[in-house]
Ligand binder design. Structure first.
Ligand code: GDP
Length: 329
């Protein structure tokens, strides 16, 4: 939170909470900045804030969207998000991009993206959290989801680049996972691993337009066949394979129809609820790990202690086991 805000509002946390619950996007932004902060005082304030809004969370549908750079994620989210705000929904878009940091730039954040959606009063777009620590980015994103929900956003889109481990992390925080693919690239070429395909609740082949239509239809059949061979998913859901053109805005409504169907089915059979409970328990354990790690590495003099032992280990004067035992004795 910026210091001007803190100075002008002695009761800043209360104001932040009230404005957030009123759905004011500026305050939602401030709240996200607060939970992303690494300062000790902000961490305490973040806990208080999250605790204070927890009863206003959980009512959105959380959708993960992934695909390799260039597949059309931002073009798709622009079309998909605008279609949803047109239906009266409030859409928040958060991105996870562990490759980004202030000096290197990022795959997701270095171009003007989602121009129309960013000007839509019923949409909120948060550029990717920066940092190379995927665990840390994920923690922040989970809390940002809660803040967006408290601010009244009922569709939360978590966007990630489909090239690394970030999909597993996103899968662990969403209700529905949509994979965007291209026709004619071959899985290898697209850099999409089989594991990521198995995680998907929906496969959409984008850029099914103009001269690409024939190849897209062929890819659709191929992916349909591939999906049949995957083990059944926990949600008891047959993964749809569809076509769309984010540019021509075709196939977008059909994609949404499928998502609504999934929402209805998974509410009915209880999976939505079970999945969220599992995710919360997992998050709880992740947080414990993070706290333990934090408190270990912030011990006074720890750097020297570690350095000394690294040298002893390298010169084989001490076993790794002994070195660790010493640090914990
Ligand atoms: P991202 O990196 O996955 O976010 O991809 P972008 O949305 O930035 O799109 C990459 C490029 O593909 C851009 O030049 C888009 O204009 C183009 N593109 C996106 N969607 C479509 C589509 O449905 N059809 C065609 N022909 N091009 C598209």
């Amino acid at each position: 939170m910026d210091s001007t805000f803190r100075r002008t509002h002695p009761n800043h946390l209360q104001v932040l909470k009230e404005r957030l619950l009123l759905g004011e996007r500026v305050y939602l932004s401030k709240a996200i900045t607060l939970v992303e902060s690494k300062k000790a005082e902000d961490k305490i304030a973040s806990s208080e804030l999250i605790d204070g809004i927890i009863n206003n969370t959980g009512k959105s549908l959380r959708i993960g969207i992934t695909g390799v750079p260039g597949v059309g994620k931002s073009t798709f989210i622009e079309a998909f998000g605008s279609m949803l705000t047109g239906k009266g929904r409030k859409v928040a878009v958060l991105s996870i991009d562990p490759s980004s940091n202030r000096t290197r730039g990022s795959i997701l954040g270095d171009k003007t993206r989602m121009d129309q959606l960013s000007r839509d009063p019923n949409a909120f777009i948060r550029p990717s959290a920066s940092g190379s620590n995927l665990g840390g980015v994920a923690q922040n994103t989970r809390e940002s989801i809660l803040l967006c929900e408290a601010a009244g956003f009922d569709i939360i889109i978590i966007e990630t680049v489909g090239v690394g481990q970030s999909e597993t992390v996103v899968k662990g925080m969403v209700d529905y996972f949509l994979l965007l693919m291209l026709a004619g690239g071959g899985d290898e070429l697209q850099g999409i691993k089989r594991g990521i395909m198995e995680m998907a609740d929906h496969i959409l082949i984008n850029k099914a337009d103009k001269e690409n239509i024939k190849a897209a239809k062929k890819a659709k059949e191929d992916y349909k066949n591939a999906v049949h061979l995957f083990p059944p998913n926990d949600a008891d859901w047959i993964v749809p394979v569809g076509l769309c053109s984010a540019i021509e805005k075709s196939g977008i409504n059909e994609a949404w129809d499928q998502i609504e169907k999934y929402e209805a089915v998974s509410k009915e059979n209880g999976w939505l609820d079970i999945n969220r409970k599992n995710q919360s328990v997992e998050w709880f354990h992740e947080r414990i790990h993070a706290r333990l790690e934090d408190s270990f590495y912030s011990r006074p003099g720890i750097e020297d202690e570690l350095k000394k032992r690294e040298e002893l280990i390298s010169s084989q004067k001490i076993s790794v086991r002994k070195a660790v035992d010493e640090l914990f004795s």
